[in-house]
Design a protein around this ligand. Sequence first.
Ligand code: FAD
Length: 434
Amino acid sequence: QQRVTVIGAGLAGSEAAWQLAKRGIQVDLYEMRPVRQTPAHHTDQFAELVCSNSLRANGLQNAVGVLKEEMRTLDSLILKAADTASVPAGGALAVDRHEFAGFITEKLKNHENVTVHTEELKEIPEGIVIVASGPLTSPDLSASLKAFTGEDYLYFYDAAAPILDGDTIDREKVYLKSRYDKGEAAYLNCPMTEEEFDVFYEELVKAEVVPLKEFEKEIYFEGCMPFEVMAERGKKTLLFGPMKPVGLEDPKTGKRPYAVVQLRQDNSAGTLYNLVGFQTHLKWGEQKRIIRLIPGLENADIVRYGVMHRNTFINSPSLLKPTYQARTRDTLFFAGQMTGVEGYVESAASGLLAGINAAKMIAGEELVVLPRETMLGSMAHYITTADGKHFQPMNANFGLVPSLEDAPKKMKKQERYERYANRALDTIQQFKDL
Ligand code: FAD
């Protein structure tokens, strides 16, 4: 029988190995720790949580809560471990990190179908392979990945701007226009008066940032300057940078605003928008406060906060199919943060699908692409169809799922989310015996 090589026993690789092993497939699971550590891991345990011990919201009013429930339906090892090792955390699913990782390590090391290799894999091997080496993939393997993807399709830093739920933008205040009316009008523009800019600026320079980790300091030298750092360089810097108003006269008045924040459509359905040039590492609460000072965004919901951190990931829109297979090599799957999903749960979720699909390949069955109504399906859809030129990693969020067909125009957000959740969980039931 054919075997599967899984590279990395993190959140994604552990889940993928489990999905394969429980289907009777022999897995070679390569994990380099503790022989070689990453700059963020500290133990030799599989699925080590490198930072927070929270797997975020558990309730179904929240997209990541729905994603967890879908994963429970598909017998996720990561969710089983989390539910077993949970600690009180209000509406969130937080875990005792040692118990959590210990449970996963034990299950995989003792599984008759899993052979663990404690070594660094430096090249992508032949055969059926799942690359799940994470945001801190070792340098040698990164070089091999770069050779496979091409220079321009593997990234080492994630310098991302916040992404907003399009339904929460005040369309009365913003206007559609491209700079100098070049090409099709593609941006939503939030115009600011001088007084509004002053308030925004004063609050921004006081806002709190997340300190960069020692191993992340080089990000600045990569030319990804956060907008709060631009602001520190002087009041005019933003006006000559991402908030430049030239060529963006407001069609309602014919006048050029003092400053403009541009929003770029982020998915093909037009339900998500990102703030152009606003990569940031402000604390999350501060991002919300500062962004809501922008005209038109007073009630905007951020579905994905801006971040700046080390993150090895590939340009999935150009490279992957929604089965998590490489477009140019069917036997090569990618999973985890590496694919441009963001977060512990999302990483495990992509490992779950990659594992199921590698097992299907060996069984000679058709590979699965889950419907977009599910969070699992919507994430696979997003990373493989997003705009490749501006690709940013993404959390699970309800902006990724198709709108409700029969919903009245004005529907309370909570009600809309509840219907998304029910639809997702009904849909995933049809796939529980995958
Ligand atoms: P990982 O869990 O990192 O697993 C990859 C594994 O591959 C590691 O065990 C690594 O040792 C191994 N490996 C790497 N190269 C090789 C090789 N060549 N051969 C063999 N093994 C190899 N997400 C959250 O939801 N909450 C957070 O608080 C959070 N904090 C983060 C903090 C940092 C510093 C970073 C970098 C990321 C953080 N993330 C967080 C994002 C992300 O969700 C996690 O990094 C998550 O662990 C990603 O899962 P993964 O399976 O893709 O990678």
